[in-house]
Design a protein around this ligand. Structure first.
Ligand code: T4K
Length: 365
């Protein structure tokens, strides 16, 4: 079985050594020493000023909206994992879907303005597959209309544009450290912010709003990463570069083999961008390829090559959101086209040459 991903795992003996330290300290959660260490190391690795760790990648989205007091309507993309829009719904905010740009799969900045209403308070784009959004254009629109920008950067660990982290864009960015991500802490996530005051506020909010033993400054939640996951994260950070380099080799092999296949398209690296190769989506043009996306997907499954159709169905097609005016398929032609043609090929650091060939054998005719 070749799965779409496989988690980066720390060395078990090293992990055991850290577990012993945790056991000896008896301090197992609530901003322990490994938690503090990982926040510092991540900020330095990611080239961002401040990081606040979370228990997953969904809660920082929900908390960012709370912290920035976002209400009313938020412009977002339907081409993402459902957690992006769920975070709005959990805050009682109405998602307004805007179509994506076929060149990147990200929110099309040229279509944002037409969706702004007097109730719009923020934009929540996603750097889908880790491909950076047009952050400059999005910020210009946000500044013109006085909107907040929260990036769902769940896929964008370590991604840089011209040497600067993409996580520094907008008011806040959020990351997922789920087992299926480039960098994982089993379950886990983080928020990136620009200043110490905001970091402080977020740290309060992820701890029920507690600012000291007897003071609660807001309706916070519990989303603190424990010491075991923080220790695991410290070890994984030491090997993530090697893992990304191995992923890059897989991407190169896929591209070399698929470039000449009629009816199969994929993304190339973007100029000036340091990619993380988190996903390798291909898009099937049924007419040219001679087989539908779903037939190819099933054929791959039968050969035990488990790609995934990330992101099909579109979020706007789920029952919770289907009734929204902006969920009308006529409003989202590009997103539908991508969702209906995509297969994410297996992409991870342990794929061997034989694995890669087995994947390609299914696609190259
Ligand atoms: N925003 C965006 C844009 C996101 O993509 C996500 C999550 C979030 C926000 C929310 O972040 P978190 O709250 O999850 O931290 C997965 C993940 O559960 C989810 O984290 C991720 N996006 C989404 C795109 O994919 P599934 O249901 O597809 O994963 P699953 O369990 O089917 O795993 C896929 C394959 O990975 C398996 O076939 C085998 C392999 N695998 C998986 C796990 C869990 C392993 O080898 N080991 C493992 O432990 O959702």
């Amino acid at each position: 079985m070749i799965t779409v991903t496989s988690p980066l795992l720390p060395d078990l003996d090293e992990f055991y050594g850290m577990l012993k330290e945790i056991w000896n300290s008896k301090y197992i959660t609530n901003n322990g020493s490994f938690h503090k260490q990982l926040e510092k190391e991540l900020a330095s690795y990611l080239k961002v000023p401040y990081v606040s760790l979370f228990t997953n990648g969904t809660l920082p989205l929900i908390t960012a909206l709370q912290a920035l007091r976002v209400t009313g309507e938020v412009i977002t993309t339907p081409y993402s994992f459902v957690a992006t829009t769920h975070a709005l719904w959990w805050n009682g905010i109405k998602p307004v879907f805007v179509d994506v740009d076929l060149k990147t799969g990200n929110l099309d900045p040229d279509k944002i303005e037409a969706a702004i209403t007097p109730k719009t308070t923020a934009i929540m784009p996603v750097h889908v597959y880790g491909k950076p959004c047009d952050t400059k254009k999005i910020q210009e629109i946000a500044d013109r209309y006085g909107l907040k920008v929260i990036y769902d950067a769940a896929h964008a660990f370590g991604v840089e544009v011209n040497g600067e982290s993409v996580l520094n864009a907008g008011d806040m960015s959020t990351l997922s450290f789920h087992a299926t991500k480039v960098y994982n802490t089993i379950e886990g996530g983080a928020m990136v912010m620009h200043d110490e005051k905001t970091k402080q506020r977020i740290d309060y909010l992820k701890n029920f709003g507690f600012a000291g033993e007897t003071t609660v400054v807001g309706p916070g939640i519990n989303s603190k990463m424990d010491e075991v996951r923080a220790a695991y994260g410290i070890l994984n950070l030491r090997q993530v570069d090697e893992s990304i380099a191995a992923r890059r080799e897989v991407a190169v092999a896929y591209r070399n083999a698929l470039r000449s296949v009629d009816g199969v398209s994929f993304f190339d690296d973007m100029p000036g961008v340091k990619h993380n190769y988190s996903y390798f989506p291909i898009f099937i043009d049924e007419r040219k390829y001679g087989m539908s996306r779903d037939d190819l997907y099933m054929k791959m499954r039968e050969a035990k090559v488990l790609g995934r159709r990330y992101f099909y169905p579109l979020i706007s097609e789920f029952s919770t959101y289907r009734g929204l005016e902006s969920a009308d398929p006529n409003n989202l032609p590009n997103a539908h086209k991508m969702a209906n043609t995509v297969i994410c090929l297996p992409m991870h650091h342990t794929l061997s040459k034989e694995d890669i060939n087995r994947v390609l054998d299914q696609i190259v005719k």
